[in-house]
Design a protein around this ligand. Structure first.
Ligand SMILES: [Zn+2]
Length: 375
């Protein structure tokens, strides 16, 4: 079995001591492959004087040249014929630039194995029929957005009794129907089947706040989950605290914070980060995180804020093994009461965000703005 496949078979997902050596080998193998099959990547490494064989220990990973996500949005780097790709995904791009990534059979199988193990650890699998409420797009053939695909994938952790989407396709475009979502939540609260909601924290927050203002307070059936994905970026301007959000979930839906689960990931780095009981994003065996100084781009020690650099060997189809995001974050390693020994990543904000949408705009205009950005 190859080192990459072995890495994605690791069972102790939050025990980096057990996976460190294997992670380094898998990264080196992936780097060799990309160097050989992607001309642009080969040129970048040569220019930086870096050879894939220079990756010998985890310290060397910080020296591996990274590709900024902004660069990937403008340059499509591939190391495999498009015919071998069984899934193609695009990021939601600001100002028209989008990242494109493709999964071949092996990457797909490894990503699937990872999702299964992470879901098992976080007890997301359930045999109970579940009603899904998705604050996002109903999937369709011509929508290749990562957010849409991952929200759809999410509806398979428990068998679906029903799926309702906030954005329905009508007359060639998407139409937002929050009133329908609201009435469905009220209806489901009177039934017995657990409900799982999934969406951007901003979408969920605005709807819950609207429901609170209208005096709606329900108790979703036992076992219901409020799931969040896609980050809090729309909140950076107003700093809505997570505590405030959890309080609202409990007031309006009767779901306590133990049943609020948040996910983090990126199209260019499709590793499933899931927060623990204490709402920490521990870094799983399948990836590593380096925080870099905003000015010098040198790696920073634990506890210091900087640019988030994400590493994983999951992709065969292109050199996405070390990407530099425009997120600002901190890596913590002071231990967590949940028992996971892996450090955890805290996302603090994003660099260079213009036109930050404020809470005052309300859900509808926020969603419309986001739609314009995505489509
Ligand atoms: Zn934890």
């Amino acid at each position: 079995m190859s080192n990459v496949n072995r890495l994605f078979s690791v069972r102790k997902i939050y025990d980096p001591d057990k996976s460190d050596a294997l992670f380094v080998k898998a990264m080196r193998d992936n780097c060799r492959y990309q160097y050989k099959h992607c001309r642009e990547y080969c040129e970048i490494l040569d220019r930086e004087g870096f050879s894939p064989d220079d990756i010998k220990t985890s310290i060397d990973l910080a020296r591996l040249p990274f590709l900024p996500t902004l660069y990937l949005k403008r340059h499509r780097l591939t190391s495999m014929s498009a015919r071998r790709l069984i899934l193609k995904v695009t990021s939601s791009g600001t100002s028209g630039a989008k990242s494109f990534v493709g999964f071949n059979m092996r990457s797909m199988r490894n990503a699937f194995k990872m999702v299964c193990r992470v879901a098992r650890y976080h007890k997301l699998w359930s045999a109970r029929l579940t009603r899904y409420v998705i604050f996002g797009y109903r999937p369709c053939r011509d929508n290749s957005l990562g957010a849409s695909k991952s929200a759809w994938g999410f509806t398979f952790f428990a068998p679906a009794a029903s799926r309702v989407y906030a954005l329905e396709r009508k007359q060639g475009g998407y139409k937002l129907d929050l009133a329908n979502i609201k009435s469905k939540l009220v209806k489901y609260s009177k039934g017995h089947l657990p409900v799982r909601t999934m969406g951007f924290p901003a979408y969920t927050f605005f709807l819950l706040r609207q429901m609170k203002e209208e005096g709606i307070s329900v108790r979703l059936p036992k076992g219901s989950l409020v799931c969040l994905g896609g980050g809090w970026k729309q909140f950076y301007a107003e700093k809505v605290s997570k505590e405030e959000f959890y309080k609202l979930c409990y007031e309006v839906l009767g779901v306590d914070d133990k049943h609020v689960v948040e996910f983090f990931g990126a199209v260019e780095h499709p590793i499933l980060y899931t927060d623990c009981r204490f709402h920490h994003f521990h870094v799983p065996a399948y990836s590593r995180v380096i925080i870099r100084d905003v000015d010098t781009l040198k790696p920073l020690p634990y506890g210091e804020a900087g640019l988030v650099n994400l590493l994983t060997p999951v992709f065969d189809s292109g050199p996405m093994l070390s990407i530099l995001t425009d997120d600002i974050g901190v890596l913590h390693n002071e231990g967590c009461p949940c028992g996971a020994s892996a450090p955890h990543l805290e996302i603090l904000g994003r660099t260079g965000v213009k036109d930050i949408v404020t809470c005052a705009q309300g859900a509808e205009s926020l969603l419309k703005d986001m739609l314009k950005e995505d489509l």
